[in-house]
Design a binder for this molecule. Structure first.
Ligand code: ASP
Length: 594
């Protein structure tokens, strides 16, 4: 109880009837009926209806109430009464407060948007006035849920013996492989810090320090082109453990994920999370983060196409490619050529897929532009393999594996959404394991670490690695997927310095480069490194999925736009020449050239 309030605005119930209370908050909505004014007063905890009536309050109080603008901040004293027309939608709906005293604590200017109601607000306006946007109940809920999530993480980690250790923000480039944000050093002219892409190096060094169980809720920075669910600055739950194997980490983390899930959604996930190898996920779903809430799995047509009369498919197989199909259920009537072309165009946006063929199974028989290239037996074999029924549409892509998986994986998801095959009330956790160690970067024409270069190789694939079989080497790694979003991932690390050097070598890093980039790190492994591993969760994305929000920006208190701007503070922004001079920097930016 303070001068300003005896109760918050979500608190009063029928049991409070007759009490005199003091309330403070924002004017959410106001209705004037002559000598009677109703206001919904709002604070973080909810809304309470307050009533100004000339029978109870002095005329001057009622008059001042009539003049109140939405979002002004007021304090009132009044008596709790039973409400005539009860509102079952809010917890305080059984009562209302008849005001006797009103103090206007602050008036609100003309608002850039109505805080209450209008759901179709422009996101740019919301971001510019984020402090107002955060007053909206949906956003207040998201802030509360974020807090709840972080508290349940902290409690769990503490119970399980993890130490919360913080690591520097001004540091050196880390190995995640994205572009760094750089900070020039005034005291070391010409040198730069990098903002951490993750605390990866520090957490592994902490294992060498003997911390054994580490966690941190860490800010991470990656200067990448932003996609819908990415931000340049994001929050990660970072974890590392010593003297454990992959299964120990996964079990520990499963416990954490269940706890957090229960605390945030109120539902329980009382099942052992399924574990699926990366290769199987790609083959069945065309994705390393499959949404397994619906079927429409990829079917293999390689053997049928290898000998068929359709050149396009046959040559794809001859050139080392693959042929896969998915079945769009029950849409043969509904999917016109135009719609199918739209799907094909969509498929083509994935890694340059050249096309997507389709076969409709109708009551009248097969309908497809490519039907003429197949014998009856071949067509029967395609139908049998895909298990398509009359009324279905078979969609086929033939190309390099990466292209086929990318295209059909994306089309599968589009079908899932558009045909409403996904049960949005369902949550499905899934582990993906055994990721490849390397991935070929076509632009740079070299192999890169798929996760990072400190990921350990599976014992059974070590010989392949030593023989240089880059495409087939698998790692002791795991990602946790929830409803088709990767919410976390990590690995058991290499702790043998010789293997580490070999990995650098295979990644094309010369001894000098490796020393310059990671020398201090590799050195540390000479002084007794315990076996260790860990992972990191993207807090923002995980929360977004649990709250079923469409945008990652809705679960981040102060997010940036797709161009990496903060519309509220107007960062990034120009700085004085003097500041640049002190940093030995020259602003060479010239908008004419750019
Ligand atoms: N540092 C890794 C990442 O941010 C996670 C890990 O391996 O622990 O992706």
């Amino acid at each position: 109880m303070t001068y300003y309030r005896t109760h918050n605005l979500g608190e009063l119930r029928a049991s409070n009837i007759g009490e005199t209370v003091t309330l403070s908050g924002w004017v959410d909505t106001k209705r004037d009926l002559g000598g009677l004014t109703f206001i919904d007063l709002r604070d973080r905890e909810g809304k309470t209806q307050i009533v100004f009536h000339t029978d109870i309050a002095e005329d001057s109080v009622v008059e001042r109430a009539q003049k109140l603008k939405n979002e002004s901040v007021i304090k009132v004293i009044g008596v709790v009464k039973e409400r005539q027309s009860k509102n079952a939608n809010i917890p305080t709906g059984d009562i209302e407060v008849f005001v006797t005293e009103l103090e206007v604590l602050n008036n609100c200017d003309v608002l850039p948007f109505q805080v209450t109601g209008d759901e179709n607000l422009s996101e740019n306006v919301r971001l510019k006035y984020r402090y107002l946007d955060l007053r909206r109940p949906q956003m207040t809920r998201n802030l509360k849920m974020r807090h709840k999530m972080i508290m349940s993480i902290r409690n769990y980690m503490d119970e399980r013996g993890f130490l919360d250790v913080d690591t520097p923000i001004l540091t050196k480039s880390t190995p995640e492989g994205a572009r760094d944000f750089l900070v020039p050093s005034r005291t070391n002219p010409g040198d730069f810090y990098a903002l951490p892409q993750s605390p990866q190096l520090f957490k592994q060094l902490l294992m060498i320090s003997g911390v054994e169980r580490y966690f941190q809720i860490a800010k991470c920075f990656r200067d990448e082109d932003l996609r819908a669910d990415r931000q340049p600055e994001f929050t990660q739950l970072d974890i590392e453990m010593s003297f454990v194997e992959q299964k120990d980490i996964m079990n520990e983390i499963e416990g954490l994920a269940k706890r957090v899930f229960k605390n945030v959604t109120g539902e329980s996930a009382d099942y052992e999370f399924p574990r699926m190898p990366y290769a199987e996920a790609m083959e069945r779903f065309g994705s390393d983060k499959p949404d397994t809430r619906f079927g429409v799995e990829l079917k293999d047509l390689m053997d049928i196409m290898a000998t068929c009369g359709f050149k396009g498919f046959k040559s794809a197989v001859e050139n080392g490619g693959i042929v896969k199909a998915i079945v769009a259920p029950g849409v043969a009537e509904q999917f016109s050529r135009k719609i199918l072309t739209e799907y094909e165009d969509y498929a083509k946006t994935y890694f340059g897929a050249k096309g997507m063929a389709w076969i409709k199974l109708t009551e009248e028989g097969v309908n497809s532009p490519i039907a003429k290239f197949f014998t009856e037996e071949e067509m029967d074999a395609i139908i049998a393999r895909t298990e398509a029924k009359v009324g279905d549409v078979i969609m086929i892509v033939a190309d390099r594996a990466k292209v086929v998986y990318g295209a059909l994986g994306a089309v599968r998801l589009k079908l899932g959404k558009e045909l409403e095959l996904i049960n949005n009330d369902e949550f499905k956790f899934l582990w993906i394991v055994d990721f490849p160690m390397f991935e070929y970067d076509e632009e740079e024409q070299r192999y890169k670490a798929q996760h990072h270069p400190f990921t350990s190789i599976k014992d059974e694939d070590m010989q392949l690695f030593l023989d240089g079989e880059m495409d087939t080497v698998r790692t002791n790694s795991y990602d946790l997927v929830l409803n088709g979003s990767e919410i976390g991932g990590g690995s058991i690390r290499i702790f043998n310095p010789e293997i580490q050097s070999k990995v650098f070598e295979k990644l094309g890093l010369s001894k000098e480069e490796a020393k310059e980039k990671f020398g201090f790190f590799v050195d540390a492994f000479k002084y007794g490194a315990p076996p260790h591993g860990g992972l990191a969760f993207g807090i923002d994305r995980w929360l977004m999925v649990m709250l079923k929000e469409q945008s990652i920006r809705d679960v981040i208190p102060f997010p940036k736009t797709n161009k990496g701007q903060c519309l509220m503070t107007e960062a990034p922004s120009k700085v004085d020449d003097k500041q640049l001079e002190e940093l030995y920097l020259d602003s060479t930016y010239n908008s004419e050239i750019v």
